[in-house]
Unconditional design. Structure first.
Lengths: 397, 254
């Protein structure tokens, strides 16, 4: 009987355009679209910035100064530039404000002699701080000039560079690429499936309870000789499956965006993704998604069975969405790890466990505790749903 | 057969409802001490103004609501103790019966047949009989959302009758329907009587009551204020017509 209800509800749900959009279309497309868009836009602006000719004024008492010489020597591969000589600062502020000049270096008349005497010179830099792209280039230019001047000094003084750098660090990172990505992207993965798991559950939950109440089909269903718990479980299975499907499609969309369309240019990323997408990982993830989506269904059903209209159900579930996202967000924070405390917090434990699974550093005991806690939370939510579904004032519109 | 003995139904009032109704009572009494019997092969009509307790009574009969007190027996099954056995014998149809808009007529009928535990061979035979009777073959594979009101009502009837129930409950079955569709329902109710089924229906339309009824009860403010056979009702009338008599009885009990 439960299977008959499940099959019918699934058929009905799969014919609902809103659910299909929330369950398949949005999860599959959202990540490749967001990633594609952000990569394209970032690349476009980076390229534009690289090609943009930076107009630089050097204010000095003479055009032939050491600073201008070193600045001119910087290759155009680091960004094309045009250098203008100015004797004074007259009109500079206006030119920079009007963007006819992007940058001005004010060099003291004593600059060359100060450098010869190994002294420090003060160089004023006029620029517009809001232009973040230019700021990067200024820093690069100054660093190159400073380095060349420093090398001159070492040569003059016949000193070894090592004198000012007593330690030469050699960091040897023992973590695998999988671990690094696990720690960094691992927090994002569960966040993604918590969001889409929730959204995937939301529309079928509203449709199968509030919708049935509104359309008066629930009353008809309750006249049949089927125990209420069987009706509830049949419907809940569809809601949970829809959440799992939405989360799975979201992950599929993300991996497809990264792997097939190479939306992120990161060396070795494909190998890491292949390393992550093992049957064990997929099965492990599904195992975590089952209690998670049952829990979601369990907290949504009382709200949707209480609501009298689709709109009311949506407005009741929207704040619930934020409550659920909060623990998912906690999982993205650095330094919060799966331990004997966090494993006891529903959703947070799933998020952190996923992070560890991705990194391949999961402690099986903590995984079992997390899973058990999530199962208990799911069971409590099912019992709560059953109680609300049995309440006469809730089931009749 | 339906036997209703001293049923009472109270609804819990939320604080919001208490405020809206301007009352401190924690419960609202919908039905009080209602008793009647509906015999097989007879049509029993439950009459009453809006809010009298008709729908609540019929919902208790259909097993959707539980009585606070009293007993309801459907074909020897106590609806509270043997709910599912009793429900197998009931067909329930209302004027506002909802259907799944995204499913086809065939899918809905097959689904309800499964829920009622109709065997495959019985299902085929029963479905064919109902489709022929109601003229449903032309639109059996169309989704409900694309059907006219009349077609939808035919699907509702087929859904109600697919398990061949002994007891059929009609709650204002013609409410809001056009004349032709309403006529189909009247014919169905009449056919149920011919087939020896126990029929109970509520209505506001006295011409339907006059045409179909064998027995009737008038419910007002949750209590039965009149109960008799249709013939007795006609014989005892103090006014010219059924509608006037109905209003007269209600006013007398206000």
């Amino acid at each position: 009987m439960i299977l008959d209800i499940f099959k019918k509800e699934l058929k009905d749900t799969l014919r609902d355009r809103r659910t299909i959009i929330a369950m398949i279309v949005v999860p599959v497309l959202v990540f490749p679209l967001l990633l594609g868009l952000s990569t394209t836009v970032t690349k476009y602006f980076a390229d534009k910035q690289k090609e943009e000719v930076l107009k630089i004024a050097v204010v000095s008492n003479t055009p032939d100064n050491l600073f201008t010489e070193r600045l001119s020597a910087i290759p155009d591969s680091l960004g094309p530039k045009e250098i203008f000589y100015r004797q004074d600062t007259l009109g500079l502020r206006q030119e920079i404000n009007e963007d006819s000049l992007q940058l001005a270096f004010i060099i003291p008349p004593t600059f060359d002699s100060e450098q010869q005497q190994n002294q420090q010179s003060t160089v004023a830099i006029l620029h517009k701080g809001v232009n973040l792209g230019n700021k990067g280039r200024i820093t690069t230019y100054l660093s190159i000039i400073e380095n060349t001047l420093l090398e001159d000094r070492f040569e003059r003084l016949s000193l070894d560079k090592k004198l000012i750098k007593p330690i030469h660090e050699q960091f040897i990172d023992m973590s695998s690429k999988k671990e690094i990505i696990g720690k960094v992207a691992g927090g994002f993965l569960p966040y993604l499936f918590v969001i889409f798991g929730f959204i995937g559950c939301m529309y079928p939950a509203i449709d199968l309870f509030t919708g049935e109440k509104e359309r008066k089909t629930l009353e008809t269903l309750l006249t049949t000789p089927v125990p209420r718990w069987k009706i509830l479980i049949g419907k809940m299975m569809v809601i949970s499956l829809s959440g799992i499907a939405a989360a799975a499609f979201a992950l599929l969309g993300m991996f497809a965006g990264l792997r097939l369309f190479s939306l992120v240019d990161l060396p070795g990323l494909s190998n890491v993704i292949d390393g992550i997408l093992t049957p064990q990982f997929i099965l492990g993830l599904l195992a975590l998604l089952i209690p998670l989506t049952i829990f979601f269904a369990g907290i949504m059903i009382p709200a949707t069975i209480y609501a009298k209209s689709f709109k009311e159900a949506q407005s009741v579930l929207t704040p619930v969405n934020f409550i659920v996202l909060l623990p998912a967000f906690v999982g993205m924070l650095p330094n919060i790890e799966l331990d004997y405390t966090t494993a006891l917090i529903p959703i947070v434990n799933i998020v952190l466990a996923t992070k560890e699974i991705v990194a391949g550093t999961i402690d099986p005991v903590l995984l079992i505790i997390s899973y058990a806690i999530m199962l208990i939370a799911a069971a409590i939510s099912v019992i709560f749903s059953y109680k609300r579904f049995g309440k006469e004032s809730n089931i009749l519109s | 057969m339906i036997q209703v003995q001293n049923i009472r139904k109270e609804f819990e009032l939320s604080k919001k409802q208490q405020k809206e109704n301007n009352t401190n009572d924690k419960v609202a009494l919908a039905v009080e001490d209602v008793s009647f019997t509906c015999q097989p092969g007879r049509i029993f009509s439950l009459l009453g103004p809006n809010g009298a307790g008709k729908t609540t009574t019929l919902r208790m009969l259909a097993g959707i609501l539980k009585p606070t007190q009293g007993n309801i027996v459907i074909n020897h099954f106590d609806i509270q103790k043997e709910t599912n056995k009793a429900k197998r014998d009931i067909g329930f149809l209302t004027g506002s019966t909802g259907l799944y808009e995204r499913l086809t007529a065939n899918e809905i009928i097959a689904y309800f047949a499964k829920l009622y535990g109709v065997k495959d061979e019985d299902f085929k035979q029963r479905k064919e009989h109902l489709y022929t009777l109601l003229g449903m073959h032309d639109f059996q594979d169309k989704r409900i959302g694309r059907l006219s009101t009349g077609m939808k009502q035919k699907v509702s009837i087929a859904r109600t009758m697919i398990h061949d129930p002994d007891v059929v409950i009609f709650d204002e079955p013609t409410s809001g329907l056009d004349v032709i569709t309403a006529e189909n329902i009247i014919k169905l109710i009449s056919d149920c009587k011919t087939q020896g089924k126990t029929v109970i229906f509520s209505s506001h339309i006295m011409s339907e009551v006059d045409l179909l009824c064998d027995d009737l009860a008038i419910i007002h403010k949750g209590k039965i204020i009149h109960s008799s056979t249709m013939q007795e009702f006609r014989d005892q009338m103090k006014t010219d017509n059924l509608t006037a008599e109905f209003i007269h009885i209600i006013n007398e009990n206000n």
